[in-house]
Design a protein around this ligand. Sequence first.
Ligand code: HEC
Length: 203
Amino acid sequence: MKGRLIAGTAAILAALGASSFYVVSGAYDFGADTPHWALTRVVIETFRDHSIAVRTRDIVVPDFGDEKLVLKGAGQYAAMCVNCHLAPGMKDSEIRPGLYPQPPNLSEKRVDPARAFWIVKHGLKMSGMPAWGLGHDDAAIWSIVAFVTKLPGLSEEHYKQMVADAPPDEEMGGMKMDGDKAGTGGNPAQDKGGAKPVGGHQH
Ligand code: HEC
């Protein structure tokens, strides 16, 4: 028993020593053009998915029936998301092939609305997916999510029409992209009391 304990401790120390050596040796390639090992990917995805599942448990998804809400989201999607997540009729973009992980093509992939809301609001560490909640209120984010749920299966013409019919920026709640100072800033609609939360869920 004691022998096994010593052997086990020695093995753990050896593994720690080897991994520390590996880290400080600089052998690991941090470049985005070298994919993760399969194990690293599984570990990251498992971490990510459990973390998101816990945080989305109590999110109440609002009714997406309001056509205006979806149109608002179309305009915001076209302004903020297409370069990374593409749109109907778009084969690729300048930035997307070089991103790692590669953003999913949301014109083809269906996403769960509560999960999408959380990800759009909070972003994803070490992925390039921004936390849009820093500059946009929940109502604005729900409108984007409402549109994203309609996106797979839209024709190119229908997509372009929706973007063209989207209300102009000043009518959209919390939509200023102008690097306003953090804190109260970046959310003019809220300052004016203009944006009404759509869903039951508020952070
Ligand atoms: C700079 C690139 C970039 C921009 C801009 C961007 N995203 Fe992302 N997005 C990503 C990356 C990278 C991921 C993570 C992919 C992964 O983990 O496999 C991601 C993940 C997501 C996911 C999760 C998809 C899934 O499979 O569960 C959603 C939903 C999403 N983004 C929506 C949006 C929306 C909506 C916008 C615009 C408001 C946006 N993203 C803007 C890069 C971007």
